[in-house]
Structure formats: C-alpha cells, structure tokens
Design a protein around this ligand. Sequence first.
Ligand code: P6P
Length: 336
Amino acid sequence: HAADAMRTDLMTLTRHVLNEQSKYPEARGDLTILLNHIVLGCKFVCSAVNKAGLAKLIGLAGETNVQGEEQKKLDVLSNEVFVKALTSSGRTNILVSEEDEDAIVVPEKLRGRYCVVFDPLDGSSNIDCGVSIGTIFGIYMLEEGQAGTVEDVLKPGTAMVAAGYCMYGSSCTLVLSTGEGVNGFTLDPSLGEFILTHPLIRIPKKGKIYSVNEGNAKNWDEPTTKYVEKAKFPTDGSSPKSLRYIGSMVADVHRTLLYGGIFLYPADKKSPNGKLRVLYEVFPMSFLVEQAGGQAFTGKQRALELVPTKIHERSPIFLGSYDDVEEVKDLYAKYS
Ligand code: P6P
C-alpha cells in the first residue's frame, strides 16, 4: 500500500515548498512564488535542451558572452527565459547571470525582496555531445532598508537563503535546499510536475571517487598535487580512488552528492583563482553540499565565508564528502 500511497499521494515540488513555508506563519509566500518561477524556467529549458538536437538550436549564435566564449543559441535562450521568469515573478530585485556582464536591476514596479544569482546553462560547451548540463541558482534576501544595488549580492554564501540546480540529462532533476536539508525532484513530463524522488539527500561521510581535470596537473600547487597523488597511490594500504570527471559541474556535483567523493577545481599557475565563479557556481554548490552533510573549501577558507568583490569573481573549490575535504584542508594547512 505504501507504494500505492506514493503513486497517488504525489509530493510535487510546489507542495513540498508550501509545506516548508507553512512552518513560518509570518512568511508572505514570496520565496514560494519565486521558486515557482524558477521551476517554470527549468521546465522550459528542459524542453528546449531535449529538442535542441532536432530543432537545430545548437550551433553558435555568433555572439560571445562576457566570458569570451562563443555563445550557443541555447545559452541565449535559457538566459532570456530565466531573466523574464525571475523579473515577472515580482519578487526579485537584482539579478546576476553568468551571461550578462552587468547585474540586472528589475524595473521598479516589479521589484521584490530577493536577489538571484544564476548560471542559466552551465556546462553548455557540452551541449552538442549530449553530456548532462544544468542551471545553477542561489537566492539572497534583501535586508530591511537595502534599496537593491550590486552591493546587495556581494555577500558571503552564508547569507544565501536558498540554492539549487536543475540537471538536464537522461531525466530532468531539480535539487534544492531552502536551508533545511537537500531534496531532489524529478520532472514527470506527462504531468509537467517535479516529483519528490530524493528526500533529504545526505552525502556519504567519505567517498571512493575524486573528480578533477587531470589535464591541469602541470600547473597545480603542492597541496593539490599531493592530494591527487595520495588518491592514486595511497600509502595506507587502502585502495586507490576512482577518477570520474564529466566536465559539467552540475553532473559532477550531482554524482558527488549521491555517491560521495570529492570534486576539485583548484587554482593553478595559469588561473590563481581557479575557473569556477563564486556567486553562481561555487556558492550554490557549496550551500547544497554543506546542507547534505559535506563541506566546501577554497584552499584558504570555508567556501561560503568568502566575500566576493566582483559579480563574476572566481574561486578555487574543493567540495564533497566531509572526510575527503578534511584531508585537503590538512594538506593546505601543512604545505601552503
Ligand atoms: P574544464 C563548464 O564549462 C564549466 O564551467 C563547469 O561546468 C565545469 O565543471 C568546468 O567548467 C569544466 O572546466 O577546465 O575542466 O573544462
């Protein structure tokens, strides 16, 4: 009967968020409305990504984004969809997108209390070969009296009230935390609803997988080099770790959350701040990993305690199973 109950008692994302909201009688429901607009954006992008190969949406849009990368049409489309969905929610104030050089200030009449930082289609260089890609987002709430300027999003990740990602792969999976654990929802296309499939995700305390682009090994610093060396040639008689690297952050982090292990994008001589962006890659993924019982470290400090000074700032990141990241912290304490 439990299975039947599950089948007929559908816990949709909307219902789940409303349940969470009901714990706070004073809540105005703004976050619920905002999340529903984000979900709408994810459903649209999921549909567009699935059709991309057929609809010839892939291929270069001929424009380049602020990162100097060729923009693919899906990038442009996804960004437009999220900007419109977030703006029309009437609950946002400042938006920061990986695709836009400057922060977006929502028109006065549509302004609300939340600032959203997002990468509309992270890993988009993988679109053409069918590797899973995703949307990553983080949500800050304006403090009383804050008018809503770029400064209001240059806050540490510890100030985020929610974060999540939507992975567009064999299925469309949305992983979300509003600060009370991490839950995973899978899109049922026949219903157009995200259904709770991974309640309260907990990352294993220690994993057997390390995930890094070994192609950068020549330029790594000593602590990272020693950590990866130890993963491959353990000296304590344990088995070597497996290497799994997809090169799409959402896919690599999703696997890390579910299976355990560690994901690393370290600094290197060419990029002293690593490659990944603080606001809409490092912070949201670090928020989720901590909420799932893991930890996230920059090589110098707890990732969420970093205070960004620019909206597209980068940071090195080591995140995943608590014990695995602890080993990296010990090596940075010892060798840097
Ligand atoms: P590299 C994708 O372009 C991305 O921003 C992340 O999704 C991914 O983790 C990383 O870059 C991959 O970078 O240098 O290993 O190709």
